[in-house]
Design a protein around this ligand. Structure first.
Ligand SMILES: NC(=O)c1ccc[n+]([C@@H]2O[C@H](COP(=O)([O-])OP(=O)(O)OC[C@H]3O[C@@H](n4cnc5c(N)ncnc54)[C@H](O)[C@@H]3O)[C@@H](O)[C@H]2O)c1
Length: 430
């Protein structure tokens, strides 16, 4: 694995609540003014070696990871507010946690976005690129990446999407199947099949940067982008940060599954009032999220494997826009289970969470680990990052089943780190 030398550019698509919480936390942490709680790369220790040779180390002691002080930030957004203004508007963090890094945040001014209102009708900003075609959009984004790299004298760049969820773009195998078709559609300005997010992903990969999809958008989850990632030898990861309710689901469902209890239904609903919630209030945008959130249970509690326990369970996911709560989402899960001789029972989970506080450490871990993977020569879909994602990418053209079980995902994460660090992968219990 190549060592993490020089500076790492982190280019964020979207400079909203999640991105500014992430950036502020990193800037505060590197001044020693806040702790990056929730970040696996900063806190977790894992075992390497066995028997007498076993030891427990931080990830950064096993593989070469970029340091927080090596990071330079940039962003694109539809609105012109700089990172300081946007962090204040988002009302996630208190002034005392933003003011010590005000100058650094003010210096992060969003570049004009590659945007199409058709993909997020509720947004109305004017900090937008003028593009003749989707191909032109790609070219302009590539230029942004090159300019940032040169201006800041960066060694490497990672691009991460933390912008609003786009409307659902179904995979169309006449367009999304190969790079040749994708490029032709971009040049023909096929705006129906080419979402702006695809232009960001294409531009990142073309410039030799890993791309991470933090929303549930189709974007890199298409064979054409897998081909592009292979050609450019770049890692891709997605989709959708696994933060609140789905984290609970992927950690809790295994309790039901491993004890062979039955499931009759799982109803998840939540209220949130941030801009993400506003965009998701639009049915076409919610559809994208719904597809992502629904996929979690089906691969953990599999009807075909246990027909007595999991056939026809009712799974429903709702998101309700409710402005007074802003970023402080409240989620309710009602789980109808059954036990011995079919007798019903209920479990209720009420999670009063903070959306961006849960998401910020995931951005840091995904960025640092994607950069490490690239230096290790890993490319294409990074399955070991599924741990951080609601709807892990997988090769659905060959019926690959995604791993949603949180603890299996943790094993995959640790084994990839073991391998990158020159240790043997294993599944021993610590
Ligand atoms: N916070 C969580 O728990 C969580 C979990 C999973 C996924 N996500 C996803 O992360 C994303 C960001 O969430 P947020 O709360 O920061 O939302 P937000 O609305 O505060 O910020 C998103 C920003 O993206 C900008 N944007 C939209 N389209 C763009 C484009 N094409 N190019 C550049 N900028 C664009 C918007 O103007 C907005 O400022 C959303 O898609 C959300 O679904 C969040």
């Amino acid at each position: 694995m190549k060592p993490a030398e020089g500076k790492l550019g982190v280019m964020c698509v979207g400079l909203g609540a999640v991105t500014t919480t992430f950036m502020t936390g990193v800037l505060m942490a590197r001044k020693g003014l806040a702790k990056p709680v929730g970040s696996m790369t900063q806190y977790d220790k894992m075992r390497v070696g066995r028997g007498a040779d076993k030891k427990y180390l931080h990830y950064g002691d096993i593989i070469s990871l970029a340091k927080l002080t090596d990071i330079e930030f940039a962003a694109w957004d539809v609105y012109p507010a700089n990172a300081y203004e946007s962090a204040v508007n988002a009302e996630v963090l208190k002034a005392k946690d933003i003011l010590p890094v005000e100058d650094e945040l003010r210096a992060i001014k969003p570049m004009p976005a590659a945007f199409d209102k058709h993909y997020a009708a509720r947004l109305d900003g004017d900090n937008v690129k003028q593009c003749a075609t989707r191909w032109d959009m790609v070219e302009q984004l590539r230029e942004d990446i090159r300019r940032f790299k040169a201006e800041k004298n960066l060694n490497r760049v990672v691009v991460i999407w933390a912008a609003s969820t786009e409307i659902y773009v179904p995979v169309d195998m006449n367009v999304h199947d190969t790079m040749a078709h994708l490029e032709a559609a971009m040049k023909a300005n096929d705006t129906e099949h080419i979402a702006p997010s695809m232009c960001y992903a294409y531009a990142a990969l073309a410039e030799g940067a890993p791309f991470i999809m933090g929303a549930p958008n189709t974007t890199v989850d298409i064979p054409a982008m897998w081909e592009m990632a292979e050609k450019t030898k770049m890692p891709i990861a997605g989709k959708d940060f696994k933060t609140g309710q789905t984290l609970v689901k992927s950690g809790f469902a295994p309790i039901i599954g491993t004890r062979c209890l039955g499931l009759a239904g799982w109803f998840s609903t939540n209220i949130l009032g941030n801009r993400d919630g506003l965009v998701l209030d639009e049915p076409a945008n919610f559809r994208t999220k719904e597809v992502s959130k629904l996929s979690t249970l089906e691969s953990i509690l599999v009807p075909e494997e246990q027909p007595d326990l999991y056939t026809d369970y009712y799974h429903k996911v709702r998101i309700n826009y409710y402005p007074p709560r802003n970023d402080n989402k409240e989620g309710w899960d009602n789980i109808d289970i059954f036990g011995w001789m079919g007798y019903p029972m209920q479990i209720k989970i009420n999670f009063l969470c903070r959306d961006s506080i849960l998401a910020a450490p995931l951005l840091l871990d995904l960025v640092l680990l994607s950069d490490a993977a690239a230096r290790d020569g890993r490319y294409g879909i990074q399955r070991f990052l599924s741990f951080f994602l609601k709807s892990p990418m997988h090769d659905y053209t060959h019926d690959e089943v995604p791993v949603n079980h949180l603890f299996q995902q943790y094993v995959m994460l640790k084994n990839a780190i073991r391998e990158m660090g020159g240790y043997e992968a294993d599944e021993e219990i610590d």
